[in-house]
Design a protein around this ligand. Structure first.
Ligand code: UDP
Length: 476
């Protein structure tokens, strides 16, 4: 084997939910597989302070890893502000290609391989100009990857809206997808976002291979289908599929204490439910009120990361940091804070999630089921309440509740109708204090162990990354 170091350049679209796993994979490739990695995160000017903090924490220390921040192109003249997040991300990434190209031209030595997240596939053109292989990193799971890649075929097979279908949507070799669970861009086939999404799906099939943030034991059926099902393989044009996960933020026990952790220190073991909807999730005024009442009625302890409610979009703060939390508590029921002062802790807009999930007092996670949050919960051994809001979260929530049985879910998704206080209270009590919670805890602890094994030397994801590196060498 040559002594030259393989040099990978990784591109991430904006948003902590994308930048975080790209940086974490970069870190893994640099530290465990001795690759030289340059990460190009595309950053919006009004992005969350958490992104800046994250970038700083990675830049300072890691050998073999460098970061070149790319300012996102201004697309305000091209897209109206109310355009959906997926359209925003795709157009923004397309318009940022000249800046990405310029940044890559300054990297020395020249990269050997390009890896991009699913919003970066327009940059394949840069890889082609350099004649280097290009891989897509799906920061979600294999089941989603299968639906995503297969969507252009479904587009030809299915007439009418997906959400109105009477039958489940068949994905060859995989568990079918319920019309209730389809991902956001598939909700309305007449919307511009659907066209953008199909184009994005085609971009994935034009890559030289697919890396997925999952592991073999978690999704054997979907992974087998992606690799061996004739129809899916022909859609993917026989591309290799590598499992690299769980790539997730790790708990660092020596982080400075803050008032949340100090409050947790005083609570009984496994008694607290942590409520948070990721970096982007927002809920309506009415749902905020029902959720608050539900938490209060449950009489369980809680930490709730509260954001200002939004009228229309459940991904209201994905590309923009939450507006000021000034006046936020006005959305909570009158007297809520005073009545729950003994059992609850309300955090405005952002909390140290991984530290909270790893605290011994936490017994459950009320989550929007973003894939990073899901992995953080599983690897902390914490069962969940599934509360999907946008993107592919309904599929994740169904997988967690119905297949892996490590989450409970409301009867109807909160995106369809407001979930009432009694149902919220029932789910919270069942999770933290009921039999159902105990059973889920046992199952999630098993998943946690499997996840740890996958990443160990000679674990399935470790081996898969070695294979990816070997394949890269053979292509350059
Ligand atoms: N996060 C956090 N504190 C918060 C909200 C979110 O640290 O108050 C982190 C969380 O730990 C996760 C990421 O932001 O790593 C959110 O990613 P996810 O895929 O779960 O959801 P998204 O924000 O992409 O919808």
């Amino acid at each position: 084997m040559t002594s030259k170091q393989l040099h990978v350049t990784m591109i991430s679209s904006p948003g902590i939910g994308h930048i975080l796993p790209v940086l974490l994979l970069a870190h893994r490739l640099a530290t465990r597989h001795n690759l030289r990695v340059t990460v190009l995160p595309v950053i919006t000017t009004d992005g969350s302070p958490a992104v800046s903090q994250l970038l700083t924490s990675f830049t300072t220390t890691t050998k073999n890893l460098s970061i070149i921040q790319i300012p996102a192109a201004d697309i305000s003249a091209i897209l109206p502000p109310e355009a959906k997040v997926v359209t925003h991300l795709c157009v923004m990434m397309r318009e940022t290609i000249p800046a990405i190209r310029t940044a890559i031209s300054t990297i020395n030595p020249r990269p050997d391989v390009l890896i991009g997240d699913i919003f970066s596939t327009e940059s394949w053109v840069v890889a082609e100009e350099l004649s280097i292989p290009k891989y897509v990193f799906v920061t979600s799971n294999a089941w989603f990857t299968a639906l995503f890649a297969y969507s252009p075929v479904l587009d030809k097979q299915v007439s009418g809206q997906y959400v109105d279908q009477k039958m489940l949507l068949d994905i060859p070799g995989c568990k079918p997808v319920s019309p209730d669970d389809v991902i956001d861009p598939m909700l309305d086939r007449e919307d511009e976002t659907y066209k953008v999404y199909l184009n994005q799906a085609i971009g994935v099939t034009l890559s030289d291979g697919v890396l997925i943030n999952t592991w073999e034991d978690l999704e054997p059926r979907s992974l087998d289908a992606l690799r061996n099902n004739e129809i899916l393989q022909s859609v993917l044009k026989n591309k290799p599929v590598y499992t690299v996960g769980p790539i997730h933020k790790r708990y660092e026990p020596d982080v400075l204490k803050n008032d949340i952790i100090e409050w947790l220190d005083k609570q009984p073991e496994q008694s607290v439910v942590y409520v948070s909807f990721g970096s982007g999730g927002t809920i309506s005024v009415e749902q905020t009120e029902e959720l608050a009442w539900g938490l209060e009625l449950s009489r369980q302890r809680f930490i709730w990361v509260v954001r200002p409610p939004t009228g229309k979009h459940s991904d209201g703060s994905f590309l923009r940091a939450s507006e000021s939390s000034h006046g936020l508590y006005a959305y909570l029921p009158e007297g809520f804070l005073a009545r729950t002062v003994e059992v609850g802790f309300v955090v405005p807009s952002w909390g140290p999630q991984v530290e909270i999930l790893n605290h011994i007092s936490v017994g459950g996670f009320f989550t929007h089921c973003g894939w990073n949050s899901t992995l953080e919960s599983v690897t902390s051994g914490i069962p969940m309440i599934s509360w999907p809001l946008y993107a592919e979260q309904k599929m994740n929530a169904t997988m967690l509740a119905d297949e892996l049985k490590v989450a409970v879910k409301p009867k109807v998704w909160p995106t369809r109708k407001v979930v009432g206080r009694d149902e919220v209270a029932r789910m919270v009590t069942g999770l933290v204090a009921g039999e159902v919670g105990k059973e889920m805890k046992v199952k999630v602890k098993r998943l946690k162990e499997d996840a740890q094994k996958a990443l160990c030397e000679n674990g399935s994801s470790y081996i898969s990354i070695c294979k990816f590196v070997e394949d890269c060498w053979s292509r350059i």
